[in-house]
Design a protein around this ligand. Sequence first.
Ligand code: SAH
Ligand code: DHB
Ligand code: MG
Length: 225
Amino acid sequence: MAGDAEWQAVDAFIADRLLGSDPALEAALESNAAAGLPPIDVSPAYGRFLTLIARIRGARRVLEVGTLGGYSTICFARAVGVGGQVVTLEIDPHHADVAATNLREAGVADRVDIRLGAALESLEAMRAGGETPFDLVFIDADKRNNPHYLRLALDLSRPGTVVICDNVVRGGGVLDAGSDDLDIQGTRMLYDVAGSDRRLTATAMQTVGLKGWDGFLLALVEDAA
Ligand code: SAH
Ligand code: DHB
Ligand code: MG
């Protein structure tokens, strides 16, 4: 029976064969650790996946909910390229400070806009302010708000927008219908929204690796019916 040690070994193999050395991302992880941030960034292989999906989509504008130290933000900033834009939402000023430094060090600060505050409020303000729609939305903050984040993301989308939501399996915790954990309940409700909103075609993929057993939800915003 394969377990965490083997999943980590395979992630190391994948990184060795496919990812190459990445001083900017490695420096960001060191800076996060030195600043006491929790090590809950996406894994290196997942970060490359995010860069590739954004490039495949041809994304020029990316919205991220949950910045932490900006590891995934750097992955998107690279994908949007010069002239592209990443808007990333973060509630914790310390995380936002560390991210600002990491983004500067990675040479992508010019294309990233870190908005400090509760993401629900930032998203509402963006909707009210008529923010230009995004090409890709990555939702990776407090899981209890995931159904709200997905609904608000839809308001900031247009047909063709790609939505990715992290941590939707949680070691199988998503199956626990009676859970009193609000993050599990929020994750379960995310599936209800994604599965029932006619504007979305969605799937979820389970993942194993450095970060254990988890998964992501992937959705495409369809043309108006
Ligand atoms: N996307 C990052 C990891 C994000 S971790 C990466 O892969 O590198 C989740 C982040 O969401 C944390 O920094 C946390 O402070 C932030 N967060 C939690 N609740 C939030 C809220 N209500 N609004 C905005 N950000 C929030
Ligand atoms: C947690 C949050 C994440 O976004 C993640 O990828 C892993 C763990 C957490 O809050 O525990
Ligand atoms: Mg996450």
